[in-house]
Design a protein around this ligand. Structure first.
Ligand SMILES: NC(=O)c1ccc[n+]([C@@H]2O[C@H](COP(=O)([O-])OP(=O)(O)OC[C@H]3O[C@@H](n4cnc5c(N)ncnc54)[C@H](OP(=O)(O)O)[C@@H]3O)[C@@H](O)[C@H]2O)c1
Length: 351
């Protein structure tokens, strides 16, 4: 069902990817009014054929059977929530298939949050196809998607001048889902960590470059380039543990990443991301050196998994009101929590 056929009835959602984040999103959707999950897809053999209710840990069935591929979905709907991969190249055929079937797409794919810096060609193809099918495609989440980009952009609205932006996210990975703890290398030896990073077997956090690009785009500046420093392991001196992993002294409890948006040969935007099991302090900070100066700090940091589910779900009515095409968070009306009915009739498409 394209946006032209939209009415005030319930929003029909399909989930593509019922992993840790897809499940969190499903549980949140079930608490909301005006929205219904009508289909689910996951390629993991142990999930195919399962009822979605069981897959997300409910006692009752939801009457939605998880199918193994998008082509097997036999329902129509307004929005597909896509949570299968961090990488544009992998997400691309899935997004295309969903768009061709008339779904607006909201994805947690980090690279999709600003895909132009990964592949201009694939981005243009998604944009063209989305316009043809009268739907919008948005990549978002807590980060990239909010904390290190949208929130920064919003704060710059109070600035007359900006000399430098420094954003830092420091988190205790023990509070995060298993796939997150795995991708930051928790529990590995330093050698194993470097080997796995080198072989792309673990990725660390994906999206710092996208966050920088979204900010630069919103501020209407053309950066000389975006430079990401090599990912560094954090080695623990004392034993630390999570529900999934125990890290002995001398082993890797997490990682540290840094990226810079370069302007006139100097770092103009710097993003610092540190995630480790047992981090003593957790915070999200945004420092804008400008006129006026802004020093914002959220402590402890916002929980990434809960926050991602919220941003995805809260974006649904906004995305249904956006002009068709490939969009980024800077194109979207300022997001907020949706406390009432989800369905908002929007006669005029905004962004
Ligand atoms: N932007 C953000 O702020 C943000 C926040 C959180 C997560 N994310 C990203 O969102 C993605 C999902 O996270 P997660 O923790 O839920 O990962 P996950 O637990 O690995 O779940 C992904 C699920 O998708 C399935 N899948 C893979 N390819 C598929 C396909 N073509 N069709 C249908 N299902 C497919 C996987 O099955 P298999 O296991 O068989 O592959 C798995 O069950 C990750 O890339 C993560 O980095 C982004």
């Amino acid at each position: 069902m394209g946006r032209a056929e939209r009415s005030n009835s319930e929003i029909r959602v399909v989930l593509v990817g019922v992993g840790a984040i897809g499940r969190e999103i499903a549980r949140l959707l079930l608490k909301k009014r005006g929205v219904k999950i009508v289909g689910a897809v996951d390629s993991a053999p142990n999930k195919i054929g399962m009822d979605l209710g069981e897959a997300i840990g409910l006692k009752e069935k939801l009457g939605v059977t998880i199918c193994g591929s998008i082509s097997e979905l036999n329902v129509r709907g307004d929005v597909a929530i896509h949570a299968t991969t961090s990488f544009l190249e992998k997400a691309y055929p899935q997004i295309i298939e969903l768009v061709e079937r008339g779904f607006n797409v909201i994805s947690t794919c980090e690279e999709l949050s600003y895909p132009y810096i990964v592949s201009e060609e694939l981005s243009k193809k998604i944009d063209k196809l989305a316009k043809k099918h009268n739907v919008a495609v948005l990549g978002t989440g807590i980060n990239p998607g909010f904390l290190m980009d949208t929130l920064v952009i919003t704060l710059t609205a109070a600035c007359q001048e900006i000399k430098r932006i420094i954003v830092e996210r420091v988190i205790d990975a023990a509070k995060r889902r298993l796939p997150f703890q795995l991708k930051i290398g928790a529990g590995l030896s330093p050698d194993e960590f470097r080997e796995k990073i080198f072989r792309y077997e673990i990725t660390g956090h994906v999206g710092l470059k996208q966050s920088i690009a979204i900010i630069a785009d919103a501020l209407n500046i053309k950066l000389d380039g975006i430079y990401e420093e090599p990912i560094e392991p954090i080695i623990t001196e004392k034993e630390v543990k999570s529900a999934f992993v125990t890290v002995k002294p001398g082993f890797v409890s997490g990682l540290s990443q840094k990226a810079h948006g370069i302007l006139d040969g100097e770092p103009f935007i710097t993003l610092i991301f540190r995630a480790q099991i047992g981090a003593q302090k957790e915070y999200d900070s945004i420092f804008i050196d400008g006129e006026p100066q802004i020093n914002e700090r959220i402590e402890p940091c916002i929980h990434g998994d809960a926050g991602t589910a919220a941003i995805i779900v809260n974006s649904i009515p906004r995305v249904l009101c956006m002009k068709p095409g490939l969009k980024t968070m800077k194109d979207m009306q300022i997001p907020s929590a949706i406390m009432g009915e989800m369905r908002k009739p929007c006669k005029n498409r905004d962004a």
